[in-house]
Design a protein around this ligand. Structure first.
Ligand code: GLC
Length: 428
């Protein structure tokens, strides 16, 4: 078959501009809020049923990230090969990182006394990264936010009884106002990442697109910024599907149609800074997650939870540096890449990514086999030249047209500088 006639999956068109997004492939998620001080999960207010007065008495009153320097964050992201970042402007706890006109519950009113969002946006932009805002639809602080199955006060009868005085629509006005405020103040924001819609349970109603007035909110957003990328958690699919903390088995589909998607993952489990969590993924594992996503046409959004003093912790730096080391030599197998043509059979323990512009196929070798690696079937007929991506060293090969195979002899030792070796295969 001719190369042009092979089957290349293209995702369904999106209302916003996802062209840069499906090229850049790799972003940094940042979860930062008062929960960094609790340092035991960003849901601690919920898990431990902590009343707002106590939560604020502890964390709002002590929020003082004296070591905060967003330039260091932006450099760490850039050096890891990340091209955009998504910061929690407000998480479920309700605390706002920017100087919002609509609330007093914000960074400027803590001991730190300053807006932390503006310098962050400036720092990341100046290092060449695009800007995304995660914004929580849930709000465990707002006085009009009614109790639901995910609320910290769901077992507190006195608190629940006062729901009759709460007007969720007033909260939703606040949500809309703050969204518009963020979009205007930091225009152009590249991504809006809403989180999430709550299902009902036996006792409480859910909160979904009717509650959030999602249609109306989307119109307001597109009026300010028609190209912005919006996720799917307003309960109306927009530009990107967001599989969280699991790896899909194939290109993510909606009603059978492949769509733009981005997997989001933590280093350890918690999104906010968690001091004692020991379940950290290795650099090798994280890189394979990135490659897996791209090999199925998706992006990876990898999360860091900065500490209450405003730093990435050492474990995060160690992972980011390791990823950056590999990306330095291998990002060509990530940026601009997508799933390989469906006709290409991938050898055992390997993944393909493919750049349709340059017509280069990348073979990521998750284990180093002994002696040789074989490409079989359709792909064998398209091989023009092969090199090891890390150092552009030629990989000689033997093409057998009858058997439709390409055999690539390998040295016994895995070459240095290629933690996950990649063969760059120029196709004809
Ligand atoms: C979840 C959690 C949350 C986290 C988010 C990231 O929905 O509520 O804490 O921010 O996923 O995808």
């Amino acid at each position: 078959m001719r190369l042009e006639d092979l089957t290349l999956i293209k995702p369904a068109p999106t209302p916003g501009d996802t062209s840069w997004f499906t090229h850049d492939r790799f972003g940094m998620f940042i979860h930062w809020g008062l929960y960094a001080l609790g340092a035991r999960h960003e849901w601690l207010k919920n898990y431990e049923r902590i009343p707002t007065e106590i939560y604020d008495e502890k964390y709002f009153r002590h929020f003082d990230p004296d070591l905060y320097d967003p330039t260091l964050w932006a450099e760490a992201a850039r050096d890891a090969g990340m091209k955009y970042f998504v910061i929690t402007t407000k998480h479920h706890e309700g605390f706002c990182l920017w100087d919002s006109a609509y609330t007093d519950y914000k960074a400027t009113n803590t001991p730190y006394g300053r807006d932390v969002l503006t310098p962050m946006v400036d720092a990341f932009r100046s290092k060449g990264l695009r800007v995304g805002f995660y914004h929580s639809l849930l709000d465990w602080h707002h006085p009009d936010y009614t109790v639901d199955a995910c609320h910290p006060m769901r077992d507190n009868e006195d608190y629940i009884a006062r729901d009759k005085d709460r007007d969720i629509n007033r909260y939703v006005d606040y949500l809309h106002n703050q969204t518009e405020e963020l979009l205007k103040r930091y225009d152009p924001v590249d991504i809006l990442w809403f989180d999430f819609s709550v299902g009902p349970n036996a006792r409480f109603a859910g909160k979904g697109k009717e509650t959030w007035r999602s249609e109306e909110l989307l119109q307001k957003i597109r009026a300010i910024n028609p190209n912005i990328i919006i996720d799917d958690r307003l309960q109306i699919d927009q530009d990107v599907k967001t599989p969280e903390q699991y790896m899909p088995d194939e290109w993510v589909k909606v009603n059978g149609t492949p769509v733009v998607w981005e997997g989001c993952h933590t280093f350890s489990g918690s999104w906010g800074y968690h001091r004692d969590e020991q379940s950290w993924k290795s650099v090798d594992q994280l890189l394979k997650m990135l490659i897996d996503c791209v090999s199925m046409g998706g992006n990876l959004l990898l999360n860091v939870g900065p500490t209450g003093r405003g730093e990435f912790d050492e474990r995060a730096y160690e992972r980011l540096r390791g990823i950056g080391k590999w990306m330095h030599r291998h990002s060509r197998a990530i940026y601009g890449c997508t799933q390989a043509p469906l006709e290409f059979e991938c050898p055992r323990d390997c993944r393909y990514t493919y750049n349709p512009e340059t017509k280069r196929l990348y073979l990521h070798m998750y284990s180093w086999p002994f002696g040789k690696i074989r490409l079989s079937g359709e792909v064998a007929e398209h091989v023009d030249y092969i090199q090891l991506l890390s150092d552009a060293s030629e990989m000689r090969f033997n093409y057998n047209p009858e058997a439709r195979t390409v055999d690539i002899p390998l040295p016994v030792y895995k070459p240095l500088g290629a933690e996950i070796p990649v063969l760059e295969i120029f196709l004809k």
